[in-house]
Design a protein around this ligand. Structure first.
Ligand SMILES: NC(=O)c1ccc[n+]([C@@H]2O[C@H](COP(=O)([O-])OP(=O)(O)OC[C@H]3O[C@@H](n4cnc5c(N)ncnc54)[C@H](OP(=O)(O)O)[C@@H]3O)[C@@H](O)[C@H]2O)c1
Length: 279
């Protein structure tokens, strides 16, 4: 990965941090996105030390805010002349419905719209840096999702985990539709299920969930293991040129049937464009 530049969101912890470390160990220049400056700079130093790679940089932004997503993309383009790998990873599950500064339901804004907007803001640079790769962190939680066009932001009824599942379904629909739009460009895009990982994920949920987590945590995999397929898609020769697929443990798997519905994916794309003001 020498000479390659990778941008990874949510790399201050969990799977994103291990992905950043793994790519840094392969010699890539790594740019991590964090939302807290002190935490982010400390992770940058940790990755530099652990990888013996001085080429680790950072950008700050709360990715639930569209203004911050645009600022991260703008600052990246001001500082770097190419982008070889974009990893859309920042995300989570959150208890209770709340809205962002843009008035959008938080989980939908962070887990789906931030992927959509950051990628679209950086797509010209990715096209100029070919062969380049985009990796979207999804989840097998997509299998439990229901696509309800009248309740995309949980306006009518809200369930934290149900909303999380839907956003992970949206990650795959976005991946497949982006792949169709990128055909012939030499930019590839794939989605990943990292496994059930003992990370910071779920720690913002209530006490009952914390107790449940404490029981199942010993059976979960490490963030390092969770990052393996992300790193594989970002860097291996084996995955060069492969696009529009969903991976688990370095193998392509099928996603829920509705993700293969092109008209539904186009509809979600149009709605996403409207919500980020790009129509
Ligand atoms: N853990 C699992 O079992 C699992 C399973 C399937 C899929 N995934 C997916 O894997 C991805 C990474 O999850 P993880 O398990 O590594 O979770 P994690 O340990 O909680 O890490 C989440 C990362 O996202 C960042 N983040 C959260 N909210 C943000 C915001 N508003 N703006 C910017 N950054 C924000 C966090 O930053 P801070 O450090 O500032 O909090 C952190 O770096 C997610 O997309 C998740 O859906 C996880």
């Amino acid at each position: 990965m020498n000479g390659k530049i990778c941008l990874i969101t949510g790399a201050t912890g969990g799977i994103g941090k291990e992905t950043a470390l793994g790519l840094a160990q392969q010699g890539a220049t790594v740019v991590i996105v964090g939302r807290d400056e002190a935490k982010t700079t400390s992770v940058v130093e940790e990755i530099k030390r652990a990888s013996n790679n001085p080429g680790i940089h950072y950008l700050i932004g709360d990715l639930s805010s569209q203004q911050d997503v645009r600022a991260v993309a703008r600052q990246f383009k001001e500082r770097f002349t190419r982008l070889d790998v974009l990893v859309n990873n920042a995300g989570g599950v959150f208890s209770g419905r709340r809205t962002t500064v843009d008035g959008i339901e938080y989980t939908f804004a962070l887990n789906h719209l931030a992927y959509f907007l950051l990628t679209n803001e950086l797509i010209d640079l990715l096209k100029q840096s070919t062969p380049s790769r985009i990796i979207n962190l999804s989840s097998e939680a997509q299998r439990g999702a229901r696509l309800n066009w009248n309740n995309l932001q949980g306006e009518k009824h809200y369930n934290s985990f149900g909303q999380y599942c839907f956003t992970k379904l949206a990650n795959i629909m976005f991946t497949y539709e982006l792949d169709r739009r990128l055909r012939g460009s030499n930019v590839t895009v794939n989605a990943v299920h990292p496994g059930v990982v003992s990370s910071g994920f779920g720690t913002t949920l209530g006490r009952r969930m914390q107790i449940l987590y404490s029981y199942i945590r010993p059976f979960m995999r490490s963030s390092k293991k969770g990052a393996e397929t992300v790193i594989f898609l970002a860097s291996s020769r084996e995955t060069a040129g492969i696009s529009g697929k969903y991976y688990f443990d370095k193998r392509q798997i099928r996603s829920q049937q509705v993700t293969y519905d092109e008209s539904a994916a186009k509809k979600l794309w149009r709605i996403s464009e409207q919500l980020v003001g790009q129509e």
